[in-house]
Design a protein around this ligand. Structure first.
Ligand code: GTP
Length: 416
Protein backbone atom coordinates (compact mmCIF):
# COMPACT_ATOMS: atom_id res chain seq x y z
CA UNK A 1 0.00 0.00 0.00
CA UNK A 2 1.55 3.34 -1.01
CA UNK A 3 1.95 5.75 1.89
CA UNK A 4 1.15 9.49 1.82
CA UNK A 5 4.69 10.46 0.84
CA UNK A 6 4.70 8.00 -2.13
CA UNK A 7 1.41 9.46 -3.38
CA UNK A 8 2.71 13.00 -2.98
CA UNK A 9 5.92 12.12 -4.83
CA UNK A 10 3.92 10.43 -7.64
CA UNK A 11 1.58 13.41 -8.00
CA UNK A 12 4.52 15.77 -7.61
CA UNK A 13 2.76 17.56 -4.72
CA UNK A 14 4.73 19.27 -1.94
CA UNK A 15 3.72 17.97 1.51
CA UNK A 16 3.81 19.75 4.89
CA UNK A 17 4.74 18.11 8.15
CA UNK A 18 2.07 18.63 10.85
CA UNK A 19 3.26 20.72 13.80
CA UNK A 20 0.15 20.29 15.91
CA UNK A 21 -3.38 18.88 16.00
CA UNK A 22 -6.07 20.07 13.66
CA UNK A 23 -9.52 18.91 12.57
CA UNK A 24 -11.91 17.24 14.94
CA UNK A 25 -9.10 15.37 16.69
CA UNK A 26 -8.81 18.65 18.65
CA UNK A 27 -12.17 18.06 20.34
CA UNK A 28 -10.70 16.37 23.44
CA UNK A 29 -8.27 19.29 23.85
CA UNK A 30 -11.14 21.74 23.72
CA UNK A 31 -12.89 19.79 26.46
CA UNK A 32 -9.76 19.71 28.63
CA UNK A 33 -9.15 23.45 28.18
CA UNK A 34 -12.75 24.31 28.98
CA UNK A 35 -12.78 22.04 32.04
CA UNK A 36 -9.55 23.58 33.34
CA UNK A 37 -10.94 27.08 32.84
CA UNK A 38 -14.19 26.22 34.58
CA UNK A 39 -12.46 24.42 37.44
CA UNK A 40 -13.62 21.24 39.14
CA UNK A 41 -15.77 20.62 42.15
CA UNK A 42 -15.87 17.62 44.44
CA UNK A 43 -18.02 17.00 47.50
CA UNK A 44 -17.00 14.57 50.21
CA UNK A 45 -19.03 13.43 53.19
CA UNK A 46 -17.06 12.03 56.14
CA UNK A 47 -19.12 9.94 58.53
CA UNK A 48 -17.53 8.51 61.63
CA UNK A 49 -17.43 8.65 65.39
CA UNK A 50 -15.90 11.65 67.13
CA UNK A 51 -12.11 11.62 67.07
CA UNK A 52 -11.71 8.79 64.52
CA UNK A 53 -9.35 10.92 62.40
CA UNK A 54 -11.73 12.36 59.77
CA UNK A 55 -10.14 15.82 59.59
CA UNK A 56 -6.61 14.42 59.67
CA UNK A 57 -7.36 12.09 56.76
CA UNK A 58 -8.85 14.91 54.65
CA UNK A 59 -5.77 17.03 55.40
CA UNK A 60 -3.53 14.10 54.43
CA UNK A 61 -5.45 13.56 51.18
CA UNK A 62 -5.34 17.19 50.03
CA UNK A 63 -2.08 18.12 51.71
CA UNK A 64 -3.76 20.87 53.67
CA UNK A 65 -4.24 21.92 57.26
CA UNK A 66 -7.97 22.62 57.45
CA UNK A 67 -8.68 21.41 60.97
CA UNK A 68 -10.20 24.01 63.32
CA UNK A 69 -10.93 22.61 66.76
CA UNK A 70 -11.75 19.22 68.26
CA UNK A 71 -15.43 18.32 68.61
CA UNK A 72 -17.03 17.54 71.95
CA UNK A 73 -18.26 14.05 72.86
CA UNK A 74 -21.32 15.52 74.60
CA UNK A 75 -23.45 16.81 71.72
CA UNK A 76 -27.11 16.01 72.27
CA UNK A 77 -27.56 15.34 68.54
CA UNK A 78 -25.56 14.79 65.39
CA UNK A 79 -24.71 17.88 63.37
CA UNK A 80 -23.02 18.33 60.03
CA UNK A 81 -20.13 20.72 59.60
CA UNK A 82 -19.91 21.97 56.00
CA UNK A 83 -16.80 23.70 54.72
CA UNK A 84 -15.91 24.67 51.14
CA UNK A 85 -12.29 25.24 50.14
CA UNK A 86 -10.74 26.54 46.91
CA UNK A 87 -7.64 24.45 46.24
CA UNK A 88 -5.10 24.58 43.44
CA UNK A 89 -2.67 21.97 42.14
CA UNK A 90 -0.53 23.17 39.19
CA UNK A 91 -3.12 24.93 36.95
CA UNK A 92 -6.13 22.89 38.15
CA UNK A 93 -8.60 24.63 40.46
CA UNK A 94 -10.70 22.48 42.78
CA UNK A 95 -13.70 23.61 44.78
CA UNK A 96 -13.71 21.04 47.54
CA UNK A 97 -16.66 20.72 49.91
CA UNK A 98 -16.10 18.62 53.00
CA UNK A 99 -19.10 17.70 55.11
CA UNK A 100 -18.20 16.13 58.42
CA UNK A 101 -20.38 14.60 61.10
CA UNK A 102 -20.06 16.13 64.56
CA UNK A 103 -21.15 14.08 67.56
CA UNK A 104 -21.88 10.94 65.53
CA UNK A 105 -22.20 7.85 67.74
CA UNK A 106 -22.30 9.84 71.00
CA UNK A 107 -26.05 9.50 71.58
CA UNK A 108 -28.29 6.69 72.80
CA UNK A 109 -30.86 7.38 70.09
CA UNK A 110 -29.50 5.61 67.00
CA UNK A 111 -32.18 6.88 64.62
CA UNK A 112 -31.32 10.44 65.62
CA UNK A 113 -27.70 9.73 64.66
CA UNK A 114 -28.24 8.83 61.02
CA UNK A 115 -31.35 10.89 60.22
CA UNK A 116 -29.43 14.19 59.81
CA UNK A 117 -27.10 12.48 57.32
CA UNK A 118 -30.00 11.07 55.27
CA UNK A 119 -31.72 14.46 55.47
CA UNK A 120 -28.61 16.26 54.20
CA UNK A 121 -28.16 13.90 51.23
CA UNK A 122 -31.83 14.28 50.24
CA UNK A 123 -31.72 18.06 50.67
CA UNK A 124 -28.87 18.35 48.15
CA UNK A 125 -30.78 16.21 45.64
CA UNK A 126 -33.91 18.27 46.23
CA UNK A 127 -32.06 21.52 45.63
CA UNK A 128 -30.69 20.21 42.29
CA UNK A 129 -34.14 18.83 41.40
CA UNK A 130 -35.76 22.23 42.06
CA UNK A 131 -33.15 23.92 39.86
CA UNK A 132 -33.92 21.42 37.09
CA UNK A 133 -37.64 22.17 37.31
CA UNK A 134 -37.16 25.92 36.89
CA UNK A 135 -38.12 27.46 33.56
CA UNK A 136 -34.99 29.59 33.58
CA UNK A 137 -32.26 27.32 34.87
CA UNK A 138 -28.81 28.63 35.64
CA UNK A 139 -26.57 25.61 36.01
CA UNK A 140 -23.58 27.71 34.93
CA UNK A 141 -23.32 29.42 38.30
CA UNK A 142 -25.22 26.77 40.29
CA UNK A 143 -23.13 25.23 43.07
CA UNK A 144 -23.85 21.54 42.81
CA UNK A 145 -23.66 20.32 46.40
CA UNK A 146 -24.72 16.71 45.77
CA UNK A 147 -22.34 14.43 47.67
CA UNK A 148 -20.04 12.48 45.35
CA UNK A 149 -18.55 10.15 47.91
CA UNK A 150 -19.08 9.16 51.51
CA UNK A 151 -15.96 8.10 53.36
CA UNK A 152 -17.36 5.91 56.13
CA UNK A 153 -14.92 5.63 59.05
CA UNK A 154 -15.11 2.30 60.86
CA UNK A 155 -13.75 2.12 64.38
CA UNK A 156 -10.63 -0.10 64.53
CA UNK A 157 -12.12 -2.56 67.02
CA UNK A 158 -10.81 -5.58 65.10
CA UNK A 159 -14.12 -7.19 65.96
CA UNK A 160 -17.10 -6.28 63.75
CA UNK A 161 -19.29 -3.43 62.59
CA UNK A 162 -21.46 -1.73 65.22
CA UNK A 163 -25.23 -1.67 64.88
CA UNK A 164 -25.08 2.09 64.23
CA UNK A 165 -22.68 1.44 61.31
CA UNK A 166 -25.10 -1.04 59.78
CA UNK A 167 -28.13 1.18 60.33
CA UNK A 168 -26.46 4.23 58.82
CA UNK A 169 -24.92 2.39 55.87
CA UNK A 170 -28.24 0.72 55.10
CA UNK A 171 -30.06 4.05 55.07
CA UNK A 172 -27.61 5.85 52.79
CA UNK A 173 -26.34 3.16 50.42
CA UNK A 174 -28.86 4.09 47.71
CA UNK A 175 -28.16 7.81 48.06
CA UNK A 176 -24.37 8.07 47.87
CA UNK A 177 -21.23 6.20 46.80
CA UNK A 178 -19.82 4.66 49.96
CA UNK A 179 -16.14 3.88 50.43
CA UNK A 180 -15.66 2.13 53.79
CA UNK A 181 -12.44 2.88 55.65
CA UNK A 182 -10.92 1.30 58.72
CA UNK A 183 -9.83 4.40 60.59
CA UNK A 184 -6.62 4.61 62.66
CA UNK A 185 -5.56 1.29 61.15
CA UNK A 186 -2.23 1.53 63.00
CA UNK A 187 -4.17 0.27 66.03
CA UNK A 188 -4.57 -3.22 64.49
CA UNK A 189 -1.91 -5.83 63.73
CA UNK A 190 -1.41 -7.05 60.17
CA UNK A 191 -3.03 -10.45 60.77
CA UNK A 192 -6.00 -9.05 62.66
CA UNK A 193 -6.48 -6.44 59.95
CA UNK A 194 -7.00 -9.06 57.23
CA UNK A 195 -9.55 -10.92 59.39
CA UNK A 196 -11.27 -7.64 60.26
CA UNK A 197 -11.51 -6.63 56.60
CA UNK A 198 -13.00 -10.01 55.72
CA UNK A 199 -15.49 -9.80 58.60
CA UNK A 200 -16.61 -6.30 57.60
CA UNK A 201 -17.13 -7.28 53.95
CA UNK A 202 -19.16 -10.37 54.87
CA UNK A 203 -21.29 -8.31 57.27
CA UNK A 204 -21.97 -5.79 54.50
CA UNK A 205 -22.97 -8.58 52.11
CA UNK A 206 -25.16 -10.30 54.74
CA UNK A 207 -26.99 -7.05 55.40
CA UNK A 208 -27.36 -6.32 51.69
CA UNK A 209 -25.46 -3.03 51.92
CA UNK A 210 -24.18 -1.73 48.59
CA UNK A 211 -20.81 -0.03 48.69
CA UNK A 212 -19.09 1.71 45.78
CA UNK A 213 -17.25 -0.67 43.46
CA UNK A 214 -14.39 0.79 41.42
CA UNK A 215 -15.54 0.39 37.79
CA UNK A 216 -14.04 -2.38 35.70
CA UNK A 217 -15.62 -1.53 32.35
CA UNK A 218 -12.83 0.76 31.20
CA UNK A 219 -9.89 -1.22 29.78
CA UNK A 220 -7.28 1.28 30.94
CA UNK A 221 -8.30 1.02 34.62
CA UNK A 222 -10.10 -2.33 34.80
CA UNK A 223 -7.19 -4.37 36.12
CA UNK A 224 -6.14 -1.83 38.74
CA UNK A 225 -9.72 -1.18 39.86
CA UNK A 226 -10.64 -4.83 40.19
CA UNK A 227 -7.55 -5.48 42.33
CA UNK A 228 -8.43 -2.42 44.47
CA UNK A 229 -11.96 -3.70 44.98
CA UNK A 230 -10.42 -6.67 46.75
CA UNK A 231 -8.63 -4.36 49.22
CA UNK A 232 -11.85 -2.77 50.49
CA UNK A 233 -12.35 -1.56 53.17
CA UNK A 234 -9.15 0.49 52.99
CA UNK A 235 -7.17 0.51 56.20
CA UNK A 236 -6.05 4.12 56.49
CA UNK A 237 -3.79 6.14 58.72
CA UNK A 238 -3.79 9.93 58.60
CA UNK A 239 -1.01 12.35 59.47
CA UNK A 240 0.25 15.68 58.18
CA UNK A 241 3.41 15.87 60.29
CA UNK A 242 6.75 14.93 58.75
CA UNK A 243 9.36 12.79 60.48
CA UNK A 244 12.89 11.85 59.49
CA UNK A 245 13.41 8.32 58.16
CA UNK A 246 17.04 7.77 57.20
CA UNK A 247 17.93 10.87 55.19
CA UNK A 248 14.39 11.58 53.98
CA UNK A 249 11.52 13.50 55.53
CA UNK A 250 8.27 11.52 55.26
CA UNK A 251 4.70 11.99 56.44
CA UNK A 252 4.25 9.56 59.26
CA UNK A 253 3.42 8.79 62.85
CA UNK A 254 6.39 8.24 65.13
CA UNK A 255 6.12 5.42 67.67
CA UNK A 256 8.63 4.10 70.22
CA UNK A 257 9.16 1.10 67.95
CA UNK A 258 9.41 2.98 64.63
CA UNK A 259 7.67 5.19 62.12
CA UNK A 260 4.42 4.42 60.33
CA UNK A 261 4.70 6.05 56.93
CA UNK A 262 1.35 7.27 55.63
CA UNK A 263 2.50 7.23 51.99
CA UNK A 264 4.05 3.77 52.19
CA UNK A 265 1.78 1.12 50.66
CA UNK A 266 3.31 -1.58 52.87
CA UNK A 267 2.25 0.32 55.99
CA UNK A 268 -1.37 1.21 55.16
CA UNK A 269 -3.88 1.70 52.31
CA UNK A 270 -3.74 5.51 52.32
CA UNK A 271 -2.05 5.70 48.90
CA UNK A 272 -4.58 3.26 47.44
CA UNK A 273 -7.42 5.42 48.71
CA UNK A 274 -5.85 8.62 47.39
CA UNK A 275 -5.21 7.11 43.95
CA UNK A 276 -8.66 5.62 43.65
CA UNK A 277 -10.42 8.71 44.94
CA UNK A 278 -8.46 11.52 43.31
CA UNK A 279 -6.50 10.08 40.37
CA UNK A 280 -8.51 7.26 38.85
CA UNK A 281 -12.19 7.40 39.75
CA UNK A 282 -13.15 10.99 40.62
CA UNK A 283 -15.12 11.42 37.41
CA UNK A 284 -16.82 8.04 37.81
CA UNK A 285 -17.88 8.96 41.36
CA UNK A 286 -19.45 12.15 40.01
CA UNK A 287 -21.10 10.29 37.16
CA UNK A 288 -22.51 7.60 39.46
CA UNK A 289 -23.87 10.32 41.74
CA UNK A 290 -25.78 11.81 38.82
CA UNK A 291 -26.81 8.74 36.85
CA UNK A 292 -27.55 6.34 39.72
CA UNK A 293 -28.29 8.11 42.98
CA UNK A 294 -29.77 11.39 41.73
CA UNK A 295 -31.71 9.58 39.00
CA UNK A 296 -33.27 7.30 41.65
CA UNK A 297 -34.25 10.34 43.73
CA UNK A 298 -35.69 12.16 40.68
CA UNK A 299 -37.66 9.09 39.62
CA UNK A 300 -39.07 8.67 43.15
CA UNK A 301 -40.04 12.34 43.34
CA UNK A 302 -41.76 12.40 39.94
CA UNK A 303 -43.62 9.15 40.66
CA UNK A 304 -44.74 10.58 43.99
CA UNK A 305 -46.18 13.61 42.21
CA UNK A 306 -47.96 11.18 39.86
CA UNK A 307 -45.86 11.21 36.70
CA UNK A 308 -45.24 8.01 34.78
CA UNK A 309 -43.65 7.00 31.48
CA UNK A 310 -46.28 4.41 30.49
CA UNK A 311 -50.02 4.33 30.99
CA UNK A 312 -52.13 1.38 32.30
CA UNK A 313 -52.26 0.04 28.73
CA UNK A 314 -48.44 -0.03 28.66
CA UNK A 315 -48.42 2.73 26.04
CA UNK A 316 -46.10 5.73 26.43
CA UNK A 317 -47.82 8.71 27.98
CA UNK A 318 -46.83 12.22 26.97
CA UNK A 319 -45.94 14.88 29.52
CA UNK A 320 -48.79 17.05 28.17
CA UNK A 321 -51.32 14.25 28.71
CA UNK A 322 -50.15 13.67 32.28
CA UNK A 323 -50.26 17.39 32.95
CA UNK A 324 -53.79 17.67 31.58
CA UNK A 325 -54.93 14.60 33.57
CA UNK A 326 -53.36 16.00 36.76
CA UNK A 327 -54.99 19.37 36.14
CA UNK A 328 -58.39 17.76 35.61
CA UNK A 329 -57.88 15.58 38.71
CA UNK A 330 -57.00 18.67 40.74
CA UNK A 331 -60.01 20.57 39.37
CA UNK A 332 -62.35 17.62 40.19
CA UNK A 333 -60.94 17.40 43.67
CA UNK A 334 -61.51 21.14 44.21
CA UNK A 335 -65.10 20.72 43.01
CA UNK A 336 -65.61 17.74 45.33
CA UNK A 337 -64.21 19.66 48.26
CA UNK A 338 -66.38 22.68 47.47
CA UNK A 339 -69.51 20.47 47.31
CA UNK A 340 -68.52 18.82 50.57
CA UNK A 341 -68.03 22.21 52.22
CA UNK A 342 -71.39 23.46 50.92
CA UNK A 343 -73.13 20.33 52.25
CA UNK A 344 -71.47 20.72 55.63
CA UNK A 345 -72.46 24.39 55.75
CA UNK A 346 -76.12 23.66 54.91
CA UNK A 347 -76.19 20.87 57.48
CA UNK A 348 -74.87 23.23 60.14
CA UNK A 349 -77.37 25.94 59.20
CA UNK A 350 -80.21 23.39 59.51
CA UNK A 351 -78.91 22.18 62.86
CA UNK A 352 -78.70 25.77 64.10
CA UNK A 353 -82.22 26.50 62.86
CA UNK A 354 -83.64 23.48 64.69
CA UNK A 355 -81.75 24.47 67.83
CA UNK A 356 -83.11 28.03 67.62
CA UNK A 357 -86.67 26.77 67.12
CA UNK A 358 -86.37 24.46 70.10
CA UNK A 359 -85.03 27.28 72.26
CA UNK A 360 -87.86 29.56 71.10
CA UNK A 361 -90.47 26.92 71.92
CA UNK A 362 -88.92 26.39 75.33
CA UNK A 363 -89.08 30.12 76.02
CA UNK A 364 -92.70 30.29 74.84
CA UNK A 365 -93.66 27.36 77.14
CA UNK A 366 -91.89 29.05 80.03
CA UNK A 367 -93.74 32.28 79.32
CA UNK A 368 -97.11 30.49 79.15
CA UNK A 369 -96.36 28.69 82.40
CA UNK A 370 -95.43 31.94 84.15
CA UNK A 371 -98.52 33.64 82.72
CA UNK A 372 -100.72 30.80 84.06
CA UNK A 373 -99.12 31.00 87.49
CA UNK A 374 -99.62 34.75 87.53
CA UNK A 375 -103.29 34.37 86.54
CA UNK A 376 -103.88 31.79 89.29
CA UNK A 377 -102.13 34.09 91.78
CA UNK A 378 -104.39 36.96 90.69
CA UNK A 379 -107.55 34.82 91.16
CA UNK A 380 -106.30 33.72 94.55
CA UNK A 381 -105.60 37.29 95.58
CA UNK A 382 -109.00 38.42 94.30
CA UNK A 383 -110.66 35.68 96.42
CA UNK A 384 -108.65 36.68 99.50
CA UNK A 385 -109.59 40.33 98.87
CA UNK A 386 -113.26 39.42 98.59
CA UNK A 387 -113.10 37.38 101.81
CA UNK A 388 -111.35 40.23 103.57
CA UNK A 389 -113.96 42.69 102.38
CA UNK A 390 -116.71 40.32 103.58
CA UNK A 391 -115.00 40.02 106.96
CA UNK A 392 -114.70 43.79 107.11
CA UNK A 393 -118.42 44.17 106.25
CA UNK A 394 -119.34 41.69 108.99
CA UNK A 395 -117.08 43.50 111.39
CA UNK A 396 -118.64 46.86 110.61
CA UNK A 397 -122.08 45.31 110.97
CA UNK A 398 -121.19 43.77 114.32
CA UNK A 399 -119.65 47.06 115.40
CA UNK A 400 -122.79 49.02 114.41
CA UNK A 401 -124.95 46.39 116.29
CA UNK A 402 -122.90 46.63 119.43
CA UNK A 403 -122.92 50.43 119.29
CA UNK A 404 -126.73 50.39 119.01
CA UNK A 405 -126.97 48.03 121.98
CA UNK A 406 -124.66 50.22 123.96
CA UNK A 407 -126.68 53.35 123.26
CA UNK A 408 -129.96 51.58 124.25
CA UNK A 409 -128.45 50.37 127.56
CA UNK A 410 -127.21 53.85 128.44
CA UNK A 411 -130.71 55.38 127.82
CA UNK A 412 -132.34 52.71 130.12
CA UNK A 413 -129.93 53.47 133.00
CA UNK A 414 -130.64 57.20 132.70
CA UNK A 415 -134.41 56.52 132.85
CA UNK A 416 -134.01 54.48 136.01
P1 GTP B 1 -13.68 15.36 65.50
O1 GTP B 1 -13.67 16.50 64.53
O2 GTP B 1 -13.35 15.83 66.87
O3 GTP B 1 -14.86 14.50 65.40
O4 GTP B 1 -12.42 14.40 65.19
P2 GTP B 1 -11.92 13.82 63.84
O5 GTP B 1 -12.64 12.59 63.52
O6 GTP B 1 -11.87 14.88 62.79
O7 GTP B 1 -10.46 13.38 64.29
P3 GTP B 1 -9.13 14.22 64.17
O8 GTP B 1 -8.65 14.22 62.77
O9 GTP B 1 -9.29 15.51 64.87
O10 GTP B 1 -8.17 13.26 65.03
C1 GTP B 1 -8.37 13.04 66.40
C2 GTP B 1 -7.06 12.57 67.01
O11 GTP B 1 -6.69 11.33 66.41
C3 GTP B 1 -5.90 13.53 66.75
O12 GTP B 1 -5.13 13.57 67.91
C4 GTP B 1 -5.13 12.88 65.62
O13 GTP B 1 -3.74 13.16 65.68
C5 GTP B 1 -5.36 11.41 65.86
N1 GTP B 1 -5.36 10.64 64.63
C6 GTP B 1 -5.85 11.02 63.45
N2 GTP B 1 -5.64 10.05 62.54
C7 GTP B 1 -5.00 9.03 63.19
C8 GTP B 1 -4.53 7.73 62.78
O14 GTP B 1 -4.66 7.32 61.65
N3 GTP B 1 -3.93 6.97 63.75
C9 GTP B 1 -3.80 7.39 65.02
N4 GTP B 1 -3.21 6.58 65.88
N5 GTP B 1 -4.22 8.58 65.43
C10 GTP B 1 -4.83 9.41 64.52
Amino acid sequence: IPDDEDIQRENNVRGLTMLGHFGFECLPHQLVNRAIQKGFSFNILCVGETGLGKSTLIDSLFNTNLKEKKSSHFNSNVELKIRTYELQESNVQLKLTVVKTVGYGDQMNKEGSYQPIVGYLDAQFESYFQEELKIQRSFVDYHDSRVHVCLYFISPTGHSLKSLDLLTLKSIDNKVNIIPLIAKADAISKNDLQKFKYKIMSELVNNDIQIYQFPTNDESTAQMNSSMNKHLPFAVVGCIDEVKVGKRMVRGRQYPWGVLQVDNENHCDFVKLRDMLLCTNTEDLKEQTHTQHYERYRCFKLQKIGFTDVGPDNQPVSFQEIYEAKRQEFYDQCQREEEELKKKFMQRVKEREIAFKEAEKELQDKFEHLKRIQHEETIKLEEEKRQLEEEMMNFYKMKAGSETLQTQGYTNIKKD
